[in-house]
Each structure stands twice: as C-alpha cells, then as structure tokens.
Design a protein around this ligand. Structure first.
Ligand SMILES: [Zn+2]
Length: 223
C-alpha cells in the first residue's frame, strides 16, 4: 500500500495521533470531517475531508481536522472506524470492534506518514489520543482511544497499546516492503523547534533524576 502523493502535501508536520471514531466499520461523513485518514473495518484506507496542510504550522487553516483538543497544530489525525457503543469499564467492544485488519493498515499508514514527514517514532510524536494527556500534558477529558485492542484482549492500557504501535511502526519503517516515499522539504524553523524539544526533554529528565537522588540522600539522613 502507498498513500497517494496528493494526500500528503509537502508541509512540515510534527506528530501522528491515532484514534478510533466510536462509529461503525465505515467512514461516515462527520468522521471524514474530523480526521485526515480513516481506516474502515476491512482495512481499507479512506481520505478525510481536511488536507494535512490545514493542520500544519502554528495557525490552523479553515476546515482543519479537529481531532485532538488543543493539540491539532502539526498533528496528523488517523482514525480507525470502529467501537460504536463500546464501554471502557468493564470493557465491552460494542457492535463494531476494532479489527486486526484495520490495526495492520494503520501501522503501515503511520510508517509511511513518518517517512514522508520526517517524524521520529517516539511517545511524543507517534501516539494515541489516549496518551496525549499523560505524555503531552494537554487535557483530553477522558478519551480512551486507543487503550484496548478488541482483537487482542491480552493487551490493555494506553501506554501498552501505544508502545505496541510504535514497535510495529518502527519495524514497518525498516521493512523493505515499505514503498519509496520522498520526504518533505526541510523546514529550518521546524528543525529548530524539534531540537529545542529534545533539549527540553533532556533537561526535564536530568532534573527528575536529580530530585530522585536528592530524596534518596535525605531519606538516608533520617534513617
Ligand atoms: Zn480520539
């Protein structure tokens, strides 16, 4: 499979966020307004109405894909058509459970998008809607797509599902079966932003490590 080139315009994008529609196995009209790419129950890829370009950069263009609350800038929205009537606790997948075929298409689609948009596969850049609040610290009001795989009950929770997605996307990107895709033009501004983000992450980790060492030291003092 290869995403048609006219579906993936040459604009800078920063991340891919994966969803489910909470609808049937078909891409309905309102679903197509909300995402850039949809995958139906049989694994067929459907183009959403908004162009990826509408979500590029700091300013959202009219008719952008509003798929993730306060996190649509630079975010490509991919959604699996499924899970209408699903219930989180206790888990019930409803009448349109996520299928293995659509998960597998998603892995390839995300791999192609990462290659096209020069997106590195990390928890901050390839993630599900259910991971956005914890990882990017942007409130999402209890969204739980994708924290369950209806076709594989052995896996549960946003992070395990996201880790599996990233593992499989990474493998797909390394596979020789992935079609040749020309990456988008380099954008100096985006590269500086990505660099700053990486430095910020490193500083954050260093501070967290420092606090843990400090707490341990204090703990020893008062033993
Ligand atoms: Zn969602």
């Amino acid at each position: 499979m290869a995403i048609p080139l006219e579906w993936i315009p040459d604009v800078p994008m920063q991340r891919v966020i994966c969803h489910w529609t909470a609808g049937t196995h078909r891409a309905g009209e309102s679903d197509r307004q909300a995402y850039h790419f949809l995958i139906e129950g049989d694994g067929r890829l459907v183009r959403g109405v908004p162009s990826v370009a509408a979500n590029s950069g700091r300013r959202l263009a009219a008719g952008y894909a509003a798929h993730t609350l306060n996190c649509n800038n630079g975010s490509i929205g991919v959604s699996l058509c499924c899970m209408e009537g699903a219930q989180q606790q206790p888990f019930r997948a409803g009448g349109y459970p996520m299928t293995r075929a659509q998960w597998e298409t998603m892995v390839v689609v995300v791999a192609e998008l990462c290659k096209r948009y020069r997106i590195k596969v990390t928890p901050r850049t390839v993630l599900s809607h259910a991971e956005v609040e914890r990882v990017l610290h942007i409130e999402q009001k209890g969204k739980w797509d994708i924290s369950r795989l209806a076709f594989d009950p052995s896996i549960s929770g946003a992070a395990p599902c996201g880790d599996r997605l990233r593992r499989e996307v990474t493998a797909a990107m390394a596979s020789t079966r992935l079609p040749d895709i020309r990456p988008v033009s380099r954008d100096a501004r985006i590269e500086v932003e990505q660099l700053l983000e990486r430095i910020g992450e490193m500083i954050g980790r260093a501070i967290a490590d420092g606090i843990i060492i400090l707490i341990r030291a204090i703990g020893k003092r008062f033993k």
